[in-house]
Design a binder for this molecule. Structure first.
Ligand SMILES: [Zn+2]
Ligand SMILES: [Zn+2]
Length: 342
């Protein structure tokens, strides 16, 4: 029996445990992990605040690795190929899957979230159709950004053509900053970013926000509207709590779209009379599809989104608890856990 390390998040504690190296099935590959990002959803889950991930769980869905072996039915993934994971695990048979919307699969499972394995481990096995090749030009840390960047790429795509539009981005954490970068790449005219943290607002300015506003100041919606010269065509709510949704609706009023990108920890109330009478669209955005992975890969390959702007700390697997602390501290954008890097 060969053992390896795997991270398990328990209430109040992140552990590295010895487990058996998994054996790939016929349509699976055994992947040796190089690096895995800590996601905001990992922090929610580790703190017991993720609506759909009970503890304990095995984290790691922003993963880059190298194929060690592959099952007999796997084609195109020879040992030594560098891959990333598309962590949605759809059933491929429900109505959503059949219509090419497998991110909305009615029986969706998710690698690294409430699944027996995660990518914060020396190895994992996964169906080969959930792997994507990584272009040689992308280094490991950049490849680890493809998954988290794909979430805002998907949200911006759902918003429609943003070129020339006035946009607000609520929250300048990882998702908010990625959203900002994608909006810039798509030619949004004016972008106002809000966050309570001055260092995060500074990052947002550096990444191209035209104006930043303290999310804890008085009349945030009025200030954002003032900076935009009117209502926003689209508001990306990357915070998804009651106060941010209230602001988002007030900023989109009238006729705008509120795109819910952040992971809400709980239900919020919505001013339905305003939503109806002022024709406001509230749109959820859930993960991504392969087309979003392709765009993320392209944005990173062209340097439109730059790794050094986003990866602000790395820690080896044995220090994963510290990686989670850093990611929770508010001082970092993306923290990577490095595993088998040379
Ligand atoms: Zn994530
Ligand atoms: Zn399905």
């Amino acid at each position: 029996m060969t053992t390896m390390r795997r991270v398990v998040a328990y209430p109040g504690r992140i552990a590295v445990e010895p487990v058996e190296v998994p054996i790939p099935g016929p349509d699976e590959a055994l992947v040796r992990v190089l690096a895995a990002g800590v996601c905001g959803s990992d922090l929610h889950a580790a703190h017991g605040r993720h609506p759909f991930v009970p503890l304990p769980y095995r984290p790691g869905h922003e993963v880059v690795g190298i194929i060690e072996t592959a099952g007999s039915a796997v084609d195109g993934y020879p040992p030594g190929s560098r891959v990333i994971v598309e962590p949605d695990l759809p059933c491929w048979t429900c109505k959503m899957c059949a219509s090419g919307r497998e991110n909305l699969c009615e029986n969706l499972r998710f690698f690294g979230c409430g699944y027996p394995q995660g990518g914060m481990a020396d190895y994992f096995t996964l169906a080969a159709n959930r792997l994507h090749h990584v272009p040689d030009a992308l280094d490991d840390h950049t490849a680890a950004l493809i998954e988290p960047l794909s979430t805002p790429v998907h949200a911006v795509r759902l918003a429609g053509d943003v070129a020339g539009r006035s946009v607000a981005v609520l929250g300048a954490g990882t998702i908010g900053l990625f959203t900002l970068a994608v909006l810039r790449a798509h030619g949004a005219a004016t972008i106002v970013s809000t966050d309570p943290n001055p260092a995060k607002r500074e990052r947002a300015r550096a990444l191209g926000a035209d104006v930043t506003i303290d999310a804890r100041s008085a009349d945030v919606a009025g200030q954002v509207r003032g900076a935009l010269g009117g209502s926003a065509d689209i508001v990306f709510d990357c915070v998804a709590v009651q106060s941010s949704l209230d602001q988002a609706i007030a900023i989109a009023d009238k006729g705008g779209t509120v795109m819910v990108v952040g992971v809400p920890a709980a239900a919020v109330t919505v001013p339905l009379p305003i939503v109806q009478d002022h024709q406001i669209r509230i749109q959820g955005s859930a993960t991504y599809l392969p087309v979003d992975y392709a765009e993320s890969t392209d944005l990173l390959s062209r340097g439109v989104v730059r790794t050094q702007d986003f990866v602000t700390a790395t820690r080896p697997l044995d220090q994963v608890a510290e990686a989670f602390e850093l990611a929770s501290s508010g001082h970092h954008v993306k923290v990577l856990v490095t595993v088998g890097e040379q």
